[in-house]
Write a protein that binds this ligand. Structure first.
Ligand code: SF4
Length: 247
């Protein structure tokens, strides 16, 4: 097996989401995705990328982490900077598994962002998996691999990206049906509208008849329903222009 991955970009920024939001993080964005969520803001990663050897990727991550090496920075048992594999869908490339192991062996706190459409059971147990459950407005709800749920642990996270009232109700039902709040932290992430240049023609349409929800309404519904979830907005889209890459 070749020891390469097709990589879209590697960069140091701040983690914009999850319970790790706000912490320095090196992102490894892998190329390709087999979903086409209506709100996808990284369509450029569907095809753009360059083959890189795992050793080269690890070397690049270590280079970006150098400024942190003397500061003994760590928080909540996490080494900084964090390292996150994202995409696209990292699990589409089999060599994402050995890369995550290499990064863990090197002492990094490793996060994985995955769509929830692929098997998560073979991932190194040290990796913190942030798994989506795709809500109806994504257009990809049929792709949820619910057999992943029993593999989730307390240090993983489940993310619902919510753009409509129907998404909210769907997420609420699934939390109850699968007792998700007893497994790991739950994230309710408000859909940030796409900038015109992000609107890729291949993305699914929001199914007809759904009602958009504002972030204020989403926050207020969570409070009114006393849901055991963490509301989040994508911090990087507030700090930098929402369509800026590499942040
Ligand atoms: S899973 Fe959806 S949001 Fe994530 S990269 Fe693929 S199409 Fe985009």
């Amino acid at each position: 097996m070749s020891d390469t991955l097709v990589v879209n970009e590697i960069y140091l920024s701040l983690q914009g989401e999850s319970t790790f939001a706000g912490l320095p993080c090196i992102f490894i964005r892998l190329t390709a995705c087999d979903l086409r969520c209506s709100y996808c803001d990284t369509a450029y990663a569907f095809t753009e990328g360059e083959k890189k050897q795992l050793a080269k990727i690890l070397a690049e991550v270590k280079r970006l982490a150098v400024p942190f090496s003397n500061s003994q920075l760590s928080t909540l048992n996490s080494q900084l900077p964090l390292v996150e594999l994202t995409g696209g869908e990292p699990l589409l490339q089999k060599n994402s598994l050995p890369l995550m192991k290499l990064l863990c062996d090197a002492g990094f706190t490793v996060l994985l962002e995955t769509s929830g459409a692929h098997d998560i059971s073979q991932i190194d147990p040290r990796v913190r998996r942030i798994m989506d459950l795709k809500c109806p407005s994504s257009g990809e709800v049929a792709r949820n691999r619910l057999t992943n749920i029993p593999h989730l642990k307390s240090n993983d996270e489940i993310k619902f990206v919510i753009g409509t009232i129907e998404d909210y109700e769907w997420a609420k039902q699934h939390i109850t049906r699968h007792k998700l709040d007893s497994i790991c932290p739950l994230l309710f992430s408000w859909v940030h509208p796409l900038a015109p240049e992000q609107q890729n023609k291949s993305l699914k349409k929001v199914p007809a008849g759904q009602t958009p929800i504002s972030r204020k309404d989403l926050a207020e519904k969570i409070i009114a329903d006393a849901l055991p979830v963490r509301f989040q907005i994508q911090q990087h889209k507030i700090i930098w222009p929402p369509d800026q890459r590499g942040v």
